[in-house]
Design a protein around this ligand. Structure first.
Ligand code: ASP
Ligand code: MG
Length: 406
C-alpha cells in the first residue's frame, strides 16, 4: 500500500508527541507500506506567529505574513525527519516549495494549482519517507504562500492524489466522527464509514476535524480518507464514496451548533431587489449568513429572518438598523439565544418522511421550531438554545442511533 499520513498540531505538539508520531510512521513502514508524511505546525504555533506579526504591524503585508507563518510547519517537519533518521529511517523534510506545491498568488488563502514533478513518488518507491510541510506552497514567482487555516489537510489530500496513494490518513486528537457529541449523548457511536457529502455537511455544521476544501478535493478524486487518533491505536472513521449500505440507515448523525444568532427585519416594502439590499452589506462586511427565511408578503410588506454566527451578531444588528431606516422597514429584532440542530444522512434520499419524523420528535419533546432549512441529505431547524441538549438526545434516540453506529 501507498499511504499519505497527515499529523495535525497536537500530534506534533511536543518532542514527546513527535516521538509517538515517528512510532506510527515506523509501524506502517514495518508493514511494508510506502509512506509520505504531511505535518501541521506544533499546536498553537500558527496563532503565536500571527499574534507576533500583529504586534509589529496592524496590517502586516500578506506576503510577509505567509513567509512567517509557513515556518511553523518547517519546524515540525524538520524535527520529525530528524527523529526518524535517528531511528535509521531514511526520511527527509521538504518545504511546500521543495515538494513542488505550486499555488496561485492569493496569500493567506492560496489554492494549489498542481504538484510539480513526481520526485516524491520516486522517493517513496525507493523506501524514503518524505516529510512535507502542510499548509503551504509557492506561487509561480517563488513567493511562499499559505492555504488558509487548517490547510494542511488539503496539502495532504493533494499529495495523496498526486502520488496515487491508496488512502490518506488524517491523524488528529479525536478518533473519528461520532453519531453526535458524546458529551451530550454518552451512547453516541463512532461512525465507521461516512460519505464525502455527509462529511461536508458535518464540516459546514461546525465539526472542525477537517478543512472543508480537503473533503471537496478528496471527493473530486475519490481519495479515501481515514480520520483517526494519534493518541489511541484504534480504527477511526473512513470518509469514502457513498455506497448502498449507507443508504440503509435513515440518518448518520445529529449535529448542532449553539454559536448562532437570529435577526429579523420586519415590514419591508416588498419589491424586487430587497433580498439583495438586505444581504449585500452583510456580505460586504464578510459575515456568513446561514439559514434564511422570507415570509410571503402581506399587503405589500414582508419580513426576512436569517442567522449569523454569534460573533457577528452585534455588527449585523447595526447594519440592519441602518438598513431599516434606508429601506423604510418597520423594525429590526434579534435573538442570540438560539441554536441549530441538524440530522444528516444520505439515507434521506431513499427514505421518505424524515422531515416529518424529525418534527414529530421535536413536538413530542415540547421543542418549538423557529426556522427550517433542508438540503438533499440534511434537515436543519433553529430552536431556542436552552432546548438543544434535549433535542439532540431525542433525535439521536428516535432515529435509532443509540443502539448502533453505521
Ligand atoms: N498550522 C496551520 C493552522 O493552524 C495549518 C494546519 O494546521 O492545518 O491553521
Ligand atoms: Mg487541523
Amino acid at each position: 500500500m501507498r499511504i499519505v499520513q497527515k499529523f495535525g498540531g497536537t500530534s506534533v505538539g511536543s518532542l514527546e508527541r513527535i516521538r509517538k508520531t515517528a512510532d506510527i510512521v515506523q509501524a506502517e513502514l514495518a508493514h511494508g507500506n510506502q509512506v509520505a508524511v504531511v505535518v501541521s505546525a506544533m499546536s498553537g504555533e500558527t496563532n503565536r506567529l500571527t499574534a507576533m506579526a500583529r504586534e509589529v504591524s496592524e496590517q502586516p503585508a500578506a506576503r510577509e505574513l505567509d513567509a512567517l507563518i509557513a515556518t511553523g510547519e518547517q519546524v515540525s517537519a524538520a524535527l520529525l525527519a530528524m527523529e526518524l533518521q535517528q531511528r535509521g529511517v531514511s526520511a527527509y523534510s521538504y518545504s511546500g516549495g521543495q515538494a513542488g506545491f505550486i499555488t496561485d498568488g492569493s496569500h493567506e488563502r492560496a489554492r494549489i494549482k498542481n504538484i510539480e514533478g513526481n520526485h516524491l513518488l520516486a522517493h517513496m518507491q525507493s523506501g524514503e519517507v518524505p516529510v512535507v510541510t502542510g499548509f503551504q506552497g509557492v506561487d509561480e514567482r517563488g513567493n511562499v504562500t499559505t492555504l488558509g487555516r487548517g490547510g494542511s489537510d488539503t496539502s495532504a489530500v493533494a499529495l495523496a492524489i498526486s502520488v496515487h496513494a491508496n488512502v490518506c490518513e488524517i491523524y488528529t486528537d479525536v478518533d473519528g466522527i461520532y453519531t453526535t457529541d458524546p458529551r451530550i449523548v454518552p451512547t453516541a457511536c463512532k461512525i465507521k464509514r461516512i460519505s464525502y457529502e455527509e462529511m461536508l455537511e458535518f464540516a459546514s455544521l461546525g465539526a472542525k476535524v477537517l478543512q472543508t476544501r480537503s473533503v471537496e478535493l478528496a471527493m473530486r478524486y475519490d481519495m479515501p480518507l481515514h480520520l483517526r487518533s494519534s493518541f489511541e491505536p484504534v480504527t477511526g472513521t473512513m470518509v469514502v464514496q457513498e455506497d448502498e449500505t449507507m443508504e440503509r440507515a435513515t440518518i448518520s448523525g445529529v449535529a448542532y451548533n449553539r454559536d448562532e444568532a437570529k435577526i429579523t427585519i420586519m415590514g419591508i416594502p416588498d419589491q424586487p431587489g430587497i433580498a439583495a439590499n438586505v444581504f449585500g452589506p452583510v456580505a460586504e462586511a464578510g459575515i456568513n449568513v446561514d439559514v434564511i427565511v422570507q415570509n410571503v408578503s402581506e399587503q405589500g410588506y414582508t419580513d426576512i429572518t436569517f442567522t449569523v454566527p454569534c460573533g457577528d451578531y452585534q455588527s449585523t444588528m447595526n447594519i440592519m438598523r441602518s438598513l431599516c431606516k434606508q429601506m423604510d422597514a418597520r423594525d429590526v429584532k434579534g435573538d442570540d439565544s438560539i441554536a441549530k440542530v441538524s440530522v444528516v444522512g444520505v439515507g434521506m434520499r431513499s427514505h421518505a418522511g424524515v422531515a416529518k419524523e424529525m418534527f414529530d420528535v421535536l413536538a413530542n419533546a415540547g421543542v418549538n421550531i423557529q426556522m427550517i432549512t433542508t438540503s438533499e441529505i440534511k434537515i436543519t431547524v433553529v430552536i431556542e438554545e436552552k432546548y438543544i441538549e434535549l433535542a439532540v438526545r431525542a433525535l439521536h434516540s428516535a432515529f435509532g442511533l443509540d443502539e448502533e453506529g453505521s
